[in-house]
Design a protein around this ligand. Structure first.
Ligand code: PXG
Length: 292
């Protein structure tokens, strides 16, 4: 495996960062998780735009252009001979001293890891997931805005630990006001009487690339979509529920806080959207190899 770090492609054993990197010392940096399907990178422009927006929001200037970044991501995939991959792009504040001051870090670091994709077990797509609500609340937007895909994921990790202790794969998170926002690494949708609902971005969620694709697909299929505020009550009385994310794609939720969603089986609209998303992911994207 060859990993890109600051202009070089290094074997895994040599791909290392300094203990003085502020990404490690303070979680000071941003990242992206991207996938390629069948030799094409899915929504590469959208992921890169979110990466550069996240960086701008924390006043971190990425030292290469978005065009060079795009080419470097593709080159990392080529060097590793990958067609179906999970790509982790990381920008850290870089090496500084032991103080918080980001101005002591003269050069941000760029890391690109491209690996084989580890998929969720197929049974979750057929039988659905069970989730519970975490007691930990999603970050308050005026503290660390959830729209920033920062290296500081402790908020979500604390929620994930609660889920692991309860034996669930994902965990529902509420914002400080108690409204449903998202899960630890996935956005949430529910359906009632044929209308698809998901929280608006300003409530304090990561604006998922998969989320946005699913909203488009649903609208194209003639499904009414609403981005609005809701509580767990709405989820408890929903007909269907599903999560979206780069790793999970579209995955049904059949139990929330030990209550069955709808009839306790993955719903019809959810199944339609799973199929539509797979079709889109397998037929679009930026080609990695010129022969594709
Ligand atoms: N919400 C949060 C908080 C996320 O971190 C999503 C939603 C979905 O966004 P996309 O753009 O992927 O549709 C994410 C992203 C993992 C992993 O290993 C997943 C994410 C982030 C980090 C790791 O499962 N999901």
């Amino acid at each position: 495996m060859l990993i890109y770090i600051d202009g070089e492609f290094l074997p895994k054993a040599e791909a290392k960062v300094s203990v003085f990197d502020h990404g490690l010392l303070y979680g000071d940096g941003v990242f992206e998780g991207i996938r390629s399907y069948n030799g094409r990178v899915f929504k590469l422009d959208e992921h890169l735009e979110r990466l550069y927006d996240s960086a701008k929001s924390i006043m971190l200037e990425i030292p290469i252009s978005i065009e060079t970044m795009e080419e470097t991501v593709l080159e990392t995939l080529r060097r590793n001979n990958l067609r179906e991959a999970y790509i982790r792009l990381i920008i850290t504040r870089g090496v500084g001293d032991l103080g918080l001051d980001p101005d002591k870090c003269p050069k941000p670091s760029i890391i690109i890891i491209a690996d084989k994709i580890v998929l969720y077990p197929q049974k979750y797509y057929e039988d659905g997931l069970e989730i519970i609500t975490a007691s930990v609340r999603r970050n308050y937007a005026e503290a660390i805005n959830p729209r920033i895909k920062s290296l500081n994921y402790l908020n979500n990790i604390l929620a994930k630990i609660e889920g692991k202790q309860a034996g669930t794969e994902e965990v529902l998170m509420l914002n400080a006001e108690g409204y449903v926002v998202e899960c630890t690494g996935d956005n949430i949708f529910w359906i009632k009487n044929g209308t698809l609902v998901t929280p608006p971005v300003h409530m304090g969620i990561l604006e998922g690339v998969t989320r946005n694709s699913v909203i488009d697909l649903a609208r194209e299929a003639g499904i009414r979509v609403e981005e609005r505020v809701f509580t767990r009550h709405d989820l408890y009385i929903a007909d269907e529920c599903f999560l979206t994310g780069t790793a999970a794609e579209v995955i049904p939720v059949v139990k929330i806080d030990r209550r069955a969603v709808g009839d306790g089986q993955p719903g019809k609209v959810t199944q339609r959207l799973i199929a539509a998303f797979r079709q889109l992911a397998n037929s679009t994207g930026t080609p990695i190899y010129t022969t594709d």
